[in-house]
Design a protein around this ligand. Structure first.
Ligand code: NDP
Length: 244
């Protein structure tokens, strides 16, 4: 038994770096054709050139017109989108009383509205073909909350409600929608942490390390495959036991 995604076409937002790049690489490694997406076309092309069966696409997921164009471009280039992974995400951390409206809106637009827009656009083709896999990358912060991250936690919790609703609405069309909620993973997003903060964090992780992007990618690849054909509306937590 192994993960076989041959013949599947996957779109991964925010796949120029970090977890998204690892997910794109893993899906291609399982045989899928992959659309690598970044804010810069050059960056997306550069990452795609190192991945078999991958093509680069430009999209700022905070811009609704960009998202509509992206899905149309990928469908035209690959013939459809079978697996949609909403991974692009940002943080704009601040304590609640100092949080500016623009930082609230920027995070909700990039992390949550983006998933609504890609899902609405890509699900049309999935419904016609009666096959689809949608995986939304949330965070344990969406389950636990986090000081200084009200905007980020709200966006990540929102992805869970969105996903459970999509699972119910599109299940009858054989479109599955699940969430992967990573804990702390070694990427640019967590690189800014001080050594002190990192040591304090690791103390609370039963597996005593931060995760690797590939740890998240494995869960996503499984959810996209036929091995997970009876799994929908679920939150798979990949956090080394942090939130257990
Ligand atoms: P990185 O900051 O390393 O990479 C973020 C990716 O998202 C980049 O490819 C970036 O593209 C893209 N991106 C950001 N904003 C936009 C946008 N508006 N439009 C298109 N693409 C965009 O993040 P991670 O790899 O660490 O995180 C990936 C996902 O995993 C995020 O949703 C994050 O919230 C989530 N996550 C991460 C955790 C961690 O510990 N690292 C823990 C839990 C969840 P560009 O190169 O153009 O900037």
């Amino acid at each position: 038994m192994h993960i076989d995604l041959s013949g599947r076409r996957a779109l991964v937002t925010g796949s120029t770096r970090g977890i998204g790049q690892s997910i794109a690489t893993a899906l291609a490694g399982c045989g899928a054709e992959v659309a690598v997406v970044g804010r810069s076309k050059e960056a997306a092309d550069a990452v795609a050139s190192a991945i078999p069966r991958a093509k680069g696409f430009q999209c700022d997921v905070s811009v609704p017109a960009d998202v509509e164009r992206l899905v149309a471009d990928v469908e035209a280039a690959l013939g459809g989108v079978d697996c949609l992974v909403n991974n692009a995400g940002i943080t704009r951390d601040n304590l609640l009383i100092r949080l500016k409206d623009e930082d609230w809106n920027a995070v909700i637009d990039a992390n949550l509205r983006s998933a609504f827009l890609t899902t609405r656009a890509a699900s049309r083709g999935m419904m016609k073909r009666r096959w689809g896999r949608i995986v939304n990358i949330s965070s344990v912060v969406g389950l636990m909350g986090n000081k200084g991250q009200t905007n980020y936690a709200a966006s990540k919790a929102g992805l869970i409600g969105l996903s459970k609703s999509v699972a119910r609405e599109l299940g009858p069309r054989n479109i599955l929608c699940n969430v992967v909620a990573p804990g702390f993973i070694e990427t640019d997003m967590t690189n800014a942490m001080t050594e002190e903060a990192r040591a304090a964090l690791v103390k609370n992780i039963p597996l005593e390390r931060l995760g690797a992007a590939a740890d998240v990618a494995g869960a996503v690849a499984w959810l996209c495959s036929d091995l997970a054909a009876y799994v929908t509306g679920q939150v798979i937590v990949v956090d080394g036991g942090l939130a257990a």
